[in-house]
Design a protein around this ligand. Structure first.
Ligand code: ADP
Ligand code: MG
Length: 261
């Protein structure tokens, strides 16, 4: 059975896409069969994997509105066991479409579509948009668990209560199985006091929900690392861009900690 993990946080720029792409790639390099689903209209995971608009005709929008099957949009990537369901700016239309048509069971459309192909993958990683609208609801409706990236810079815990309430509500209504897999501190910088403060707050409130590195026993923390910011412009996950970089190591640790759990 495949494990379906949504990467979500309604704040933009906290490291969702970076986490989705690099967790997916790290799992694939560890020989797991992985599907990365991009359901953000900004399509940053799609471009980050090296695809541009002209490389594919159909995307997750066509799946959600019922025009294509999931298997018809899936792309192969440069990693043999990593596939991608791409997105495109056209996906912004889906919220309106759901609303106009009062589409029945619209919160569970993605779940239904994933069920078509789920048995072909060990892990399905969903990159969601920076909002708590119907796209993110679909991601949380389809997932077994959620990873919440927390940027260790700005006042990171602000807005978290709203996200946790949404998770609770979804658990109560459409997806009783949804669990919080963990909080992932991102863009951590040891020189930055605010970074240390955010991490300390996370430890205080959510200690049992931090990822732990299998070997060292340390918490998994994603450092601020320029290589992580550069790699999307080369259309590559960090593991194919600079495998030895601290950012790459941290995402491999995250993948390891998920594979043993
Ligand atoms: P989100 O998907 O939550 O909007 P992104 O993953 O796109 O966030 O990250 C926002 C920006 O920060 C991107 O330009 C990305 O390359 C950069 N970034 C993300 N994580 C790191 C990191 N650990 N170190 C350096 N830059 C990062
Ligand atoms: Mg993103």
């Amino acid at each position: 059975m495949s494990e379906i993990i949504a990467i979500a946080n309604q704040k933009g720029g906290v490291g969702k896409t970076t986490t989705a792409v690099n967790l997916a790639a790290s799992l694939a390099v560890a020989e797991k069969r992985v599907l990365l689903i991009d359901i953000d209209p900004q399509a940053n995971a799609t471009t980050g994997m090296g695809f541009s608009r002209n490389d594919y005709e159909f995307n997750i929008y066509h799946v959600l509105i019922g025009r294509k099957r999931m298997s018809q949009i899936i792309l192969k990537t440069s990693l043999p066991t990593l596939h991608l369901a791409p997105s495109n700016i056209g996906l912004v239309g889906v919220e309106k479409e759901f609303y106009d048509n009062k589409t029945k069971g619209r919160e569970l459309i993605l779940k239904t579509k994933i069920e078509e192909i789920a048995d072909q993958y060990d892990y399905i990683i969903i990159d969601s948009p920076p909002a708590l609208g119907s796209i993110t609801i679909n991601a949380l409706g389809a997932a077994n668990s959620i990873i919440i990236p927390i940027q260790c810079e700005f006042y990171a815990l602000e807005g978290l209560a709203q996200l946790l309430n949404t998770v609770k509500l979804i658990k109560k209504t459409i997806n009783p199985k949804l669990e919080i897999k963990g909080f992932l501190p991102t863009m951590f910088s040891i020189q930055n006091n605010l970074s240390k403060q955010v991490f300390a707050d996370l430890k205080q409130h959510f200690k049992s929900k931090l990822f732990v590195d299998k070997q060292g026993g340390d918490y998994v923390v994603i450092p601020r690392n320029v290589k992580l910011a550069e790699s999307p412009s080369f259309g590559k996950p960090i593991i194919l861009y600079d495998i030895k970089s601290p950012g790459s190591q941290a995402y491999q640790d995250l993948a390891q900690s998920i594979m043993v759990s």
